[in-house]
Write a new protein. Structure first.
Length: 432
């Protein structure tokens, strides 16, 4: 390490979190090496192109006014796209389509529920922004809906909206405070579907990382990390550093660090509640029903959205559609049956879709986030911090780390936080 506090840092993982923390650290003057086991960057934020259609890894939407957008702006990563509109969307209940109550008109006209539920829905939607989410951090989503919502039909709608905004489907575990915060974010500022897919974020971060001087090593899997921050790669080489950021899953963090399972990392891995989803990603030559662009399951944890209706993801006339089932922490018990179920959603919303298929991909159990905030751990505040006092020099970043945001917002916020903490650590050791 140099006297001005500039040191060497190794980053494990080349997804959003790894690239962002690497860029912050390199901009601060540190010598940064990023190791990614795959031959390409991006992790779960990568986009795959086929015949002019751009496939994100399942449905991806960026919260417009949350931590990820702030970090990307700070790092100079630009993107474009549009917000999907809920108007004209469907609520799917017991095999029937209803107007999704997203606004005043759809609330009046929907056949999803009767007058008393409509009156309570109008009241709850009007006051939701004022709910103090911290006060509900250690209460489960199920308990909140049972205590605060009178009408069972509105409870079902809210559980559907929580699934949509958090990707979680474990209301008996999920923190109500964290889930309400996601719904507040979605209702107040919406999300953006990105032109070119989430790969534009990865490409933008790569440019910023390289410009800042990050040494990007692709196809270089890490096999383990010594307690003194020496990183050993699968090819037998080693990297010495003063600090390491593990920007990957809780299981990987526990397994990579030597004897990590015996440390607090083992507990983090055991405690983490993932949110998984079965995703059917489909490219269509044309959309049979152009106005039917969004549907949310009410009795079943299902999702349908035509992402190309809001973002440039398909060639002229074509459509890129995402259909998903929220699995919660479980894996799909019968992937074949789940895929058929997702096809039935398409049958209901886009009859005639089969004849238009250009390409399709079924992902039976993607981990959307490794760390759903739970009521037991006090919501966002209970997630592991980026610094690990028991393992000085080793830091964490990812969607299961830190007390800010969910999903990609948590990945990027924890990446920024880990970089700031490392900067402080290296300055302190230089001064000592
Ligand atoms: C289906 C789906 C839908 C989603 N929708 C949304 C959404 O709408 N909104 C939202 O905000 N977020 C969404 N997400 C979540 C978002 O994609 C992730 O939170 C984010 O991409 C995670 O980035 P990361 O860098 O933390 O982790 P990852 O992307 O998982 O990156 C970890 C990287 O580490 C690498 N790695 C693993 N092991 C090693 C090793 N031994 N050595 C070196 N490298 C290694 C991996 O190859 C990977 O590239 C979704 C995710 C999925 C799967």
């Amino acid at each position: 390490m140099t006297q001005n506090g500039h040191g060497r840092v190794t980053i494990v993982g080349g997804g959003l979190a790894g690239l962002a923390s690497a860029t912050y650290l390199a901009r601060a003057g540190h010598h940064v090496t990023l190791c990614e086991k795959a031959s390409t960057l991006g992790g779960r934020a990568a986009t795959h192109e086929h015949k002019g259609y751009l496939f994100n890894v399942g449905p991806h939407a960026l919260y417009r006014k949350a931590e990820a957008a702030a970090v990307l702006d700070e790092l100079g990563v630009r993107f474009s796209g549009k917000s999907p509109t809920a108007s004209g969307g469907f609520a799917l209940d017991r095999g029937t389509k209803h107007a999704l109550p997203g606004g005043f008109v759809s609330l009046l006209t929907t056949g999803l529920f009767g007058v008393s539920a409509k009156i309570e829905t109008a009241r709850v939607l009007a006051t939701l922004q004022k709910v103090d989410t911290a006060a509900w951090a250690d209460v489960t989503v199920r308990d909140w809906t049972e205590r605060e919502i009178q009408h069972p039909d509105l409870r079902r709608l809210l559980l559907g909206l929580f699934r949509l905004t958090t990707y979680g489907n474990d209301p008996d575990l999920q923190s109500a405070g964290a889930a309400i915060r996601q719904l507040q974010l979605a209702l107040s500022a919406n999300v953006t579907y990105l032109d070119g897919g989430w790969q534009t974020l990865i490409d933008g971060l790569r440019v910023q990382a390289e410009t800042a001087g990050v040494d990007l090593r692709l196809g270089r899997g890490v096999s383990h990390i010594e307690r003194d921050c020496t990183v050993r790669l699968r090819d037998g080489s080693t990297l010495e550093a003063e600090a390491v950021v593990i920007a990957a899953s809780p299981d990987l963090a526990a397994d990579l660090v030597v004897d990590g399972r015996a440390t607090v990392l083992g507990q983090y891995a055991d405690d983490a509640v993932p949110a998984r989803a079965a995703c059917l990603d489909i490219a269509l030559a044309t959309l049979p029903v152009p106005r039917a662009t969004f549907a949310l399951g009410i009795d079943q944890p299902l999702y349908f959205s035509v992402h190309s209706a809001s973002a440039k993801l398909a060639p002229a006339g074509g459509a890129l559609v995402h259909v998903a089932r929220y699995l919660g922490a479980r894996k799909s018990e019968d992937p074949h049956a789940t895929e058929r179920e997702l096809e039935r959603v398409l049958d209901l919303v886009q009859p005639g879709w089969q004849a238009q298929v250009v390409d399709r991909r079924f992902l039976p159990a993607m981990t959307v986030t490794h760390g759903v905030p739970t009521a037991k751990n006090g919501g966002l505040a209970g997630r592991p911090a980026p610094a690990i006092p028991e393992l000085p020099g080793i830091y964490l970043a990812g969607d299961w780390v830190g007390n800010e945001g969910a999903l990609a917002d948590a990945s990027l916020a924890s990446a920024r936080c880990a970089a700031a903490l490392i900067g402080a650590q290296l300055r302190t050791s230089a001064a000592a």
